[in-house]
Design a protein around this ligand. Sequence first.
Ligand code: AMP
Ligand code: MG
Length: 402
Amino acid sequence: MISHDDHRARILAAAPAPRVERLAVSGGSLLGRVLAADVRSAVELPAFTNSAMDGYAVHSADVNEPCELPVVGDIAAGDTRSLSCEPGSTWRIMTGAPMPEGADAVVPVELTDGGVERVRFEAAATPGNHIRHACEDVRVGDLLLPRGTHVAPHHVAVLASSGVTQVDVVARPRVVVVSTGDELRAAGSELAHGQIHDSNGPMLAALVEAAGAQLVEQAHLPDDARAVSDLLERVVESADVVITTGGVSAGAFDVVKEALIEAGDVTFDKVAMQPGKPQGFGLLGERRVPVFTLPGNPMSTLVSFHVFVLPTLDAMGGRPPRECERAVVERGWTSPPGRAQFARVAVRRDDSGRLVIHPNSRQGSHHLGELAEANALALVPADVDVVQADDELDIQMLLTKE
Ligand code: AMP
Ligand code: MG
């Protein structure tokens, strides 16, 4: 048996580099995407000196005490004229409107009588007040957003303000999910004795989306090696990652193994973990598409996804590895000897602010009745057989919506 750390390291070493695609800044599709390159500004911001208030543009020397001045006219936001302000006069000006040449201050309308032909200033003007100077915010060549930025709505404002229309982002890995098993029926179908609903397929579809990757196909196949080979042959033409479940243990109908051993370049290992011992990973076809063959029990699939598939999708998607936290065990449990256990647990903060672990009471790889209470996996090291109250463990949060 190999350790889960070694298995994961092998997978990550083989994972392909991120692909890059170009996306439009407008339209919302950039949200949540990861920038593939630094974005630098090609412009200055503000592009022109403008007023920060609705008020009057003045020579501050003209208004060093309460006084009145003639108003030359109005300058609205969007006014494209090149205007100047002669000493002894003022322009009524709106927020964002270009400052007239010569004026060195704006007096807010609230400090005046609001006059249109002539205006009375109630207080002295301070030089430089309420003016936004050209390029005070951004200069040509400034780093607007670094590579690796996970684009949020406020980043879109930075790009749009700077006139950027398209950016290079890391492509979301396109993922195909395949459930195998003669016993499986789609959720909602009537079941004959011996049949069960396919839960891995829908769960993996949701996990792929929650990981920020793109589900391109979800299929269910019978236990038939030919059907598995045919589907894999087809999907490796365009998918970036394939995830199968079932058919990789030691049973008589473990057809995924059969199909892939023929295809070559896929290794099947026993990994020292619970759940999730039988694992397969390899690279398929000319495009060397990573394929994960996960064991069929739903909790084995859930754990295997978090431990092996998620770090790979993150790496291919240009994202940093997810952080692990430490938490304290409230009530102990036993763990299988010689294997790392990924226990389903509820992690909460107690009154003193500590992260505290409550395990699900059943940890079988088919038990999911208590799953609603779990929000994390707790890693019990392989050399620990008895977890005791007050032990500290690494926890990995279960994926939720991105
Ligand atoms: P296998 O890995 O094919 O030997 O399957 C191990 C166990 O997981 C069996 O009890 C299967 O019925 C169950 N199983 C396999 N695939 C799924 C699935 N997609 N949804 C729910 N249970 C499954
Ligand atoms: Mg099976």
